[in-house]
Design a binder for this molecule. Structure first.
Ligand SMILES: C[S@@+](CC[C@H](N)C(=O)[O-])C[C@H]1O[C@@H](n2cnc3c(N)ncnc32)[C@H](O)[C@@H]1O
Length: 255
């Protein structure tokens, strides 16, 4: 079994440890997700594409009595989550075919996994099926954020690669509405990340976002050399790093 995703050259089984050491979770969206689940009194929570368990750990800390389920396509990511003693029942599953009976959950969410979904209608339909009356929520990157990302100036294909795989926020909202969800909402959150200096360079060297795995080796190495030279020459870039994250959520009514 492997965690390679359709159409993408990213093998999460291979990169699970690297991913986990450079992606600690702790995003500004966690509070919103926890509040949404709490406002519903959600008792049965499903995380899809749960990776190495950063979000389940946060959920468990905020709502220790909720029953947590987490699924991911990659055995390597799940293994890393288990090593971290991430709470919940973990299983390997493809988000397009969730292995749960209808109306099993009150709250279903996924963070930074929509860009691996090749059939958004099938996936949102599955989320609707496994939810009883409750809420679905996703965290993702907007095309606007991708377009203004500071790494575009070093890696010319950066925005094209990511816009080809991340659904636009409008597309996501339309898919949720088409799957029968109501009251579709979005919230954009921006967090200042500080200067783009040696620490950021180290993260790029370690391909802390999968975009870098999808560039040609030539483009990656050329862009990295330019980034390294600029940071070595000036200590930092003349732009600051910021992280914009978008949460989109919607309600499934009873019946
Ligand atoms: C960028 S990681 C995000 C992990 C986690 N949600 C987080 O916020 O740290 C994307 C995750 O989606 C998983 N994934 C990719 N395609 C999937 C699919 N079809 N079904 C379930 N999980 C999938 C990958 O294995 C990986 O763990």
């Amino acid at each position: 079994m492997n965690g390679q995703t359709a159409g993408a050259k990213i093998d999460y089984d291979q990169i699970a440890r690297r991913y986990d050491s450079f992606r600690g979770g702790r995003g500004p969206y966690l509070e919103l997700l926890v509040e949404l689940a709490a406002s519903l009194g959600a008792r049965r929570i499903l995380e899809v594409g749960a990776g190495t368990g950063n979000n389940t750990l946060a959920f468990h800390a905020a709502a220790p009595s909720a029953s947590l389920f987490a699924c991911d396509l990659s055995c390597g990511m799940i293994q890393r989550a288990r090593e971290k003693e991430a709470p919940g029942a973990w299983l390997r599953a493809d988000a397009h075919h969730l292995p749960f009976t209808a109306q099993s959950f009150d709250f279903c969410f996924g963070c930074y996994m929509l860009h691996y979904i090749h059939d958004l209608a099938a996936f949102t339909g599955e989320c609707s099926r496994v939810l009883a009356a409750g809420c679905v929520a996703f965290v993702t990157a907007s095309h606007e954020f991708i377009d203004r990302h500071p790494m575009n100036r070093y890696f010319p294909s950066f925005a094209a690669v990511d816009k080809a795989r991340f659904p636009s926020i409008d597309l996501l909202k339309a898919a949720l509405a088409a799957a029968g969800f109501q009251d579709v909402c979005e919230k954009r959150m921006v967090v200042a990340q500080g200067p783009i200096g040696p620490d950021y360079l180290k993260r790029v060297e370690n391909r802390f976002i999968s975009t870098f795995d999808l560039l040609s080796e030539d483009e990656f190495n050329t862009g990295l050399a330019r980034l390294r030279a600029d940071i070595h020459a000036r200590g930092r870039l003349d732009v600051m790093s910021e992280w914009e994250t978008v949460a989109v959520w919607a309600r499934k009514g009873p019946g």
